[in-house]
Design a protein. Structure first.
Length: 107
């Protein structure tokens, strides 16, 4: 998942939540109801919006964990590849050095 996708998801989630909260609050404020009823509805909707935000955060956190796992795996694979490459080069160098020493010993 690219960094752009992460920002896009977060931006979309925050925009949705802000729009939903704004729409609800305006609807409640302009609806014919008593102050007590209005406060109760606002409290209920605030709780629901908080739950939606928490769920969105949890989803974002899970996606971040997946991304970190992938980065760790790829990093580990890269380190292993570098170790293998260096080991092969050491062996090649040892073979070349051994041949030179044999040639010098024969002289």
């Amino acid at each position: 998942m690219s960094e752009h996708d992460d920002h896009s998801f977060t931006d979309t989630l925050l925009t949705f939540l802000a729009g939903a909260a704004t729409g609800f609050i305006l609807g409640i404020l302009f609806a014919p109801a008593s102050g007590k009823e209005t406060r109760a509805k606002l409290k209920e909707k605030a709780v629901k919006t908080g739950e939606m935000a928490r769920e969105g955060y949890e989803k974002l956190a899970k996606e971040a964990e997946k991304g970190l796992r992938v980065v760790r795996e790829r990093t580990s694979e890269g380190v292993d590849a570098i170790k293998d490459f260096l080991e092969k080069k050491k062996e090649e160098l040892a073979r070349k050095t051994g041949r030179r020493e044999e040639g010098e010993a024969e002289k």
